[in-house]
Design a protein around this ligand. Structure first.
Ligand code: BDR
Ligand code: CA
Length: 326
């Protein structure tokens, strides 16, 4: 991290540290919000965005990432397209939640730039290698690209500060009773990441389900200019689909929580524990088995999020979106 002096609401009169980050995404409504939050947060320097197949196939997640960055005028951020399919399985997508395009419900203009000639893994390697400061990876989709990168470039692990990922759950899943979507889609990749020895923060459904956007939050978003309006439309579309799929409740913006946790770690209460990924059983495929009480006696491999400070989270979200060009 590097520091500069200046004001920001969480750190009065202190030098602010700026963390270099790379987002690996599968937009997806909540990925889109996560991208915009990251780009608006003065605490983060977004060095690259990589895309992975997940919510929708890769051509669509990549196009969506380019459209979102174009919308906010961040054509300077290189976008690398990554894996079209999980490491060892057929792709499972989530059009039921995100629509056919992955970003149904909002009309975004055509992208104003195109993908980097390097693919996701090569771009990740270049960014991590070139960074003077260790880079934080923020994956908010299936972990296919990250696992491939770690396998192909093990020497670059030393320049990764930590991985703050949206995925998994201590409690119930959302894709099966046992599994959260991102880990369900590519459990083998998740296992590689959790076994990597890197510092990992697991931002799972236990906390992201607390980041719900109801009428009050939507109303506030609509006060934030054009970008706030788009964000309000993104979460409103999600609410309609969310209720169709899950029956009731306001939709959570899962992926934005992982980004907020890098902006301000105190947004989460975490606990160190061993997390193992179920890859064998079809019944519980993709379950993140979290040893909350330490009964295995194994060394913890992740800080697992237990509670979200909603007020701080939404403070970061509104503030960061408000920073974006209008
Ligand atoms: C995760 O699944 C996807 O549908 C969302 O974008 C989020 O990353 C939540 O389980
Ligand atoms: Ca996602």
């Amino acid at each position: 991290m590097f520091a500069f002096a200046g004001w920001h609401p969480f750190c009065y009169h202190q030098a602010m540290t700026v963390t270099p980050v790379l987002l690996d995404v599968d937009p997806g409504h909540d990925d889109a919000v996560a991208l915009m939050l990251a780009c608006g947060a003065p605490e983060l320097a977004v060095r690259a965005v990589t895309t992975v197949a997940g919510n929708v196939p890769l051509d669509k997640t990549t196009r969506n990432a380019l459209q979102v960055l174009s919308l906010i005028g961040r054509e300077d951020i290189p976008v690398g397209a990554g894996a079209e399919a999980p490491l060892a399985r057929a792709l499972r997508t989530a059009e039921d939640v995100h629509g056919e395009s992955g970003l149904d419900g909002v009309k975004l203009a055509e992208p104003t730039f195109s993908i980097d000639r390097r693919g996701a893994v090569e771009l990740m390697a270049d960014v991590v290698e070139a960074s003077a400061e260790p880079v934080t990876l923020i994956p908010t989709g299936p972990l296919t690209n990250i696992a491939t990168f770690l396998a192909e470039y093990p020497r670059l692990k030393e320049n990764i500060d930590r991985i703050v990922l949206m995925g998994g759950s201590i409690g119930p899943g959302n894709t099966t009773p046992a599994a959260e979507f991102n880990v369900y889609v590519d459990p083998e990749a998740a296992r590689v990441v959790f076994e990597s020895g890197l510092r990992i923060t697991m931002v799972g459904l236990d906390v992201t389900r607390q980041a719900t956007t109801g009428p009050k939050e939507v109303e506030r978003l609509r006060t934030l200019g054009r970008i706030g309006e788009v964000t309000a439309d993104l979460v409103t579309f999600s609410s309609d689909d969310y209720r169709k799929v899950f029956g009731s409740g306001d939709p959570p913006i899962h992926d934005a929580v992982a980004v907020a946790a890098v902006v301000e770690p105190a947004v989460l209460e975490t606990h160190p524990m061993r997390v193992e990924i179920e890859c064998e059983s079809e019944l519980t495929r993709g379950e993140t088995v979290c040893d909350l009480r330490g009964v295995w006696g194994k060394t913890p491999n992740a800080e697992v999020a237990l509670e979200l400070d909603r007020e701080t989270f939404f403070g970061i979200l509104y503030r960061s979106l408000g920073e974006l060009v209008d």
